[in-house]
Design a protein around this ligand. Structure first.
Ligand SMILES: *Cc1c(COP(=O)(O)O)cnc(C)c1O
Length: 343
């Protein structure tokens, strides 16, 4: 378990999942018109699914409890036992979902090396395709991700990867947990990015600020089959309109704020660079800091004592900007870093 914070929390940079619904979102939730979604009778869920599908240029949507379940439902819908899904080696589907596709679907995951921008190159995909040979699993699906560790993979690269897969008869799934951060950074329309893939998973519970929920979008026939997979996994929810209302509110009101998160990430990265204490990088709403002296544990403790929470791994610190980090909270975080380094 993580240590309990040593002081009242002033700035929580561990993830953009820590956002809490604001008053307007809670009002939207309280006012939600609901029904039993397993019967397809929850108006708010139905609206969320069709609105997001339309926004991304897809036929249909499916509301799920989490991004992990959404990716798993997508893989189980695209693939059968003995099929293989290619996935970037550092991607969430490969590294952070407990091999669910293998455990529950008998689907082999083939990790592929990432390009410098976090994508998977068409050349790498072409080289990984399996010949029709009884010794091998069947190449069936390519799983892409965007953003990747905060980086928005360029649209052209994403499109080239998807086309390489399609030419070989594979389907393409895009894990867009931070889809709107990617779209914001790339300056493209949602349908432009979504258009590269057959199915796209969009989390509402990260930078968009909803408490729960992910929507999977894609062709209507595929989404009908995905609905069965969701039920099998125990993801069929009942009066889920209360949650869908939060998601609809997030899509309507919180997308515009993502650019501000990206700007605050750049500001934090600039302030950390000025300290000259380690390697700093940033992309969209994330900042990474690797202290030269390896003092991550001491830094985490000192910042926590000031009410500033940071995430990441033992050597590299990750900080994620989100809608609950206002300018004053960011200033407190920068102040705490300066205090630690005497800067
Ligand atoms: C957070 C995340 C998910 C899914 O997360 P859940 O916690 O299951 O909602 C999937 N992919 C990426 C890239 C993520 O960052």
């Amino acid at each position: 378990m993580p240590d309990a914070p040593a002081a009242p929390v002033r700035c929580d940079l561990r993830s953009d999942t820590v956002t809490r619904p604001d008053a307007a979102m809670r009002r939207a939730m309280a006012a939600a018109e609901v029904g039993d979604d397993v019967y397809g009778e929850d108006p708010e869920v139905n609206r969320l699914e069709s609105e997001l599908a339309a926004m991304l240029g897809k036929e249909a949507g499916l509301f799920l409890p989490s991004g992990t379940q959404s990716n798993l439902v997508a893989i189980l819908t695209h693939c059968g036992r003995g099929d293989e899904a290619m996935v970037g080696a550092g991607y969430h589907v490969f590294r952070d979902e407990a091999a669910g596709a293998a455990v529950l679907g008998g689907v082999a995951l083939l990790p592929l090396p990432l390009s410098d921008s976090g994508g998977v190159s068409a050349r790498v995909i072409a080289a990984a395709l399996r010949p029709d040979d009884v010794h091998y699993p069947v190449s069936r699906l390519l799983c892409l991700e965007n953003t990747v560790g905060g980086r928005a993979v360029p649209l052209a690269e994403t499109r080239a990867a998807a086309e390489a897969a399609r030419r070989a008869g594979l389907s393409v799934h895009l894990d867009g947990a931070r889809f709107f951060n990617a779209v914001t950074a790339l300056g493209c329309g949602p349908a432009d990015l979504a258009g590269v893939a057959d199915t796209v998973s969009v989390c509402l519970s990260k930078g968009l600020g909803a408490p729960v929920g992910t929507v999977l979008v894609g062709p209507a026939a595929l989404m009908a089959r995905a609905r069965r997979q969701r039920k099998i996994l125990g993801g069929g929810m009942r009066q889920a309109g209360i949650l869908a209302a939060a998601g609809r509110h997030a899509l309507a009101c919180n997308r515009a704020g993502l650019a501000g998160d990206h700007a605050r990430a750049a500001e934090l990265a600039g302030a950390l660079s000025d300290l000259g204490a380690g390697a700093v990088s940033h992309a969209t709403n994330m900042v990474f800091f690797t202290p030269d002296g390896g003092e991550t544990a001491a830094l985490r403790r000192a910042l926590s004592a000031k009410g500033v929470l940071i995430g990441g791994q033992p050597r590299r610190i990750r900080m994620v900007l989100h809608r609950d980090v206002e300018d004053s909270a960011l200033a407190a975080a920068i102040e705490a870093f300066r205090g630690f380094y005497g800067g």
